[in-house]
Design a protein around this ligand. Structure first.
Ligand SMILES: NC(=O)C1=CN([C@@H]2O[C@H](COP(=O)(O)OP(=O)(O)OC[C@H]3O[C@@H](n4cnc5c(N)ncnc54)[C@H](O)[C@@H]3O)[C@@H](O)[C@H]2O)C=CC1
Ligand SMILES: O=C(CO)COP(=O)(O)O
Length: 335
């Protein structure tokens, strides 16, 4: 039997949350949306003016004013789907007022492309270990898709991954629109880790650009990056997958080359000589790869995968290695 109306709470107030709200409201399947963000001022602004003041401000928000709140616990009581959209580094903080009981029985979708710091866990693992979410109730939404292009209704493809493919198809049906096509997959580990890694490679791409390498070198860097990504996901979750699919290669390409990429922009600043702190302050947006590369460095101690690009980015961001020297050393290892 069809469950009444789907009720979805979107968690997070940044660009991707705003873009997801747009997709969900442009999609014609009947549903009720709730939106949580921590910033009270932004909540009041959106209720009054129907636009997010801080991110993707051009998007008209069509969520009932009464359904937008900074109280997550209350919103969760009304929802059967939860779409997580805060950067991984702030996920614990965002969920600090709730318990496993508040999420019990709900279907959780992660749109986060990061690793929870300190825990060194991807989102599915984190929710499973800390909130008892069964993997069969968990989905990942990923793929090459910048929020800014969603705002412009540029044709984009998203992959919904879940161990329960029927559930993935159900959620895909709730977000596809004229400009969003959906693909479903059962590879939650590869989809999550692939998205985490491509952010680090986009930082590497930005650093290279910042220190003066051209398109010729960038293409060699990225072709090495997809092989590094493939080695790592094969070590963590060895299943038969085609790394050329858009959730893996496509997402790497868009993030490494797009003008909209936060990770590439951040890397470019670091390559040009900004300190990590000053680049972060200047951006007002989050480059997930900065946090992820530290976590990956720890996680890979267990797997021992050869990851020269990740190690170069780690050395630059966490060990104060000089970008130009580190990139020269990396260039010797690429083929
Ligand atoms: N923006 C995009 O095009 C896409 C983003 N994603 C993923 O979506 C997730 C959310 O990223 P975006 O919406 O892009 O973020 P954003 O960079 O647009 O916005 C930053 C977000 O972080 C929050 N934030 C900043 N500092 C904070 C703090 N100290 N404590 C708590 N929260 C804080 C802000 O409230 C805001 O929600 C990330 O994992 C990202 O990788 C995935 C696909 C596309
Ligand atoms: O994941 C993204 C595009 O698919 C967004 O990447 P950035 O966070 O680097 O902007």
């Amino acid at each position: 039997m069809l469950e009444q109306k789907n009720k979805i709470v979107v968690v997070g107030g940044g660009s991707w949350a705003t873009a997801n709200i747009k997709m969900l409201t442009d999609n014609t399947i009947e549903k009720e949306l709730f939106w949580w963000m921590r910033n009270e001022q932004a909540v009041e602004h959106i209720k009054t003016f129907r636009h997010n003041p801080n991110y993707l401000s051009s998007v008209e928000i069509r969520v009932s004013a009464g359904n937008i709140s900074s109280d997550l616990k209350i919103l969760l009581k009304k929802a059967n789907f939860v779409l997580l959209n805060v950067p991984a580094a702030f996920l614990k903080e965002a969920l600090q007022t709730i318990t496993a009981e508040d999420l019990k029985g709900k279907k959780i979708v992660s749109a986060i492309k990061g690793i929870v710091p300190d825990e060194n866990l991807i989102i599915g693992e984190f929710l499973n270990q800390h909130y008892n979410i069964p993997f069969t109730d968990f989905m990942v939404i990923s793929g090459p898709c910048h929020a800014e292009e969603v705002a412009l209704e540029k044709l984009s493809y998203l992959t919904i991954a879940s161990q329960d493919m029927t559930l993935a198809a159900e959620f895909a049906g709730m977000i596809n629109t004229r400009y969003i096509k959906t693909i479903i997959s059962d590879d939650i580990y590869g989809t999550e880790y692939g998205a985490v890694l491509k952010n680090v490679y986009a930082i590497a791409s930005g650093i290279c650009h910042g220190v003066g390498y051209g398109d010729n070198f960038q293409s060699v860097l990225i072709s090495n990056a997809i092989r590094e990504l493939e080695r790592f996901v094969a070590a963590v979750h060895p299943i038969d997958r085609d790394i050329k699919e858009s959730a893996y290669l496509g997402d790497l390409l868009v993030t490494a080359y797009s003008q909209f990429s936060r990770n590439r922009t951040f890397g470019n600043m670091v390559g040009k000589g900004y300190t990590v702190k000053s680049a972060q302050l200047e951006m007002n947006m989050i480059a997930e790869g900065y946090f992820a590369v530290n976590c990956l460095h720890q996680v890979n101690k267990q797997y021992g995968v050869y990851m020269p690009i990740c190690e170069a980015v780690y050395a630059i961001l966490y060990k104060k290695a000089t970008p130009v020297i580190e990139m020269r050393k990396l260039a010797e290892k690429l083929s």
